[in-house]
Design a protein. Sequence first.
Length: 353
Amino acid sequence: MSGGIDSTVAAILLLEQGYELVGATFRTFDSITESCLANEKGCCSVESIIEAQRMAATLGFEHHILDFRDTFRKHVIANFVSEYANGRTPNPCVLCNSHIKWGKLMEAAEQYGCDYIATGHYAQIAEHRGHLYLKNAVDTHKDQTYFLWMLTEENLRKTIFPLGGLTKTEVRQIAFNHGFEQLSKKSESQEICFVPNNDYRTFLAEQGVVISQGDYVDKQGKILGKHQGYCHYTIGQRKGLGIALGAPKFVTKIDANNNRVTLGEHDDLLVSCATISDVRLRDLTWLTESPNLQARIRYKSPAVDATLDFRHIANENSKMLLTFDTPVWGVTPGQSLVLYKEGLLVGGGIITC
């Protein structure tokens, strides 16, 4: 429970369906020692923990605060810092879901004698050919399956998504109908929960990442000017470059080893293929029968038609090549590339190039 509308409505629906609930909210970072006091509206802040406690008490079930700070720092924050230090753009929510919400929380569920865990994510679960899959939520604008691609079948077997068949508008109406008028109108935070004011550059510096000036170059290697440190930039960025070149330029490459940022034209970011590592695929037999899939290269990107090359997959950690039917823009190393087939999430990986 985050104290927000989605987890609260999920609890309401489960109670109405006759489930016995145990609420859990976890601490993942120390908002005082990590200078996150200014970001006390995140999903795991002190404010949200207090609100979750209040919601559980109002709805009439027990609530526990779980301290997962060590695991979160080891698996999520450390990866976040390391990826940026290596010139890549990480997706911490994916790792949090895998290691915390469906890792440590699964252990806690067993401890409290719970048969399932339930969350306020917008996602559904479906069975196909003997396997369980994530399925897109009814509300395509809120669908969160992209962030859940690392979940295993065992995870899904013990998971309930009460909101998967609802729209956000319907969820707000349910909250309103149950007397949570203020909650039904509450806006949502899009910030990274452990980064104050979404200022990840300052956060990286506080974590010991040295950020120094380097060279902007064009694709031929010609020096164009100075940037403020490669960690300040991400692939596809156009605004905030601090350099005037007479025409809009985009970040097309980040060279962490040499502290160089390459600037180019919009079309320089169009690519026909991508390589992914840390590959997880659900049913290789089904996929190899027809390797034509749909791929999402970031959360808000539409799924595009693509084909997987299975020739080099020997194990889960093998790299795989994905070819897009039509060139896509802004493929970003470090982000997740998530694969769908017939509306089911069939796998994914981390973009390497």
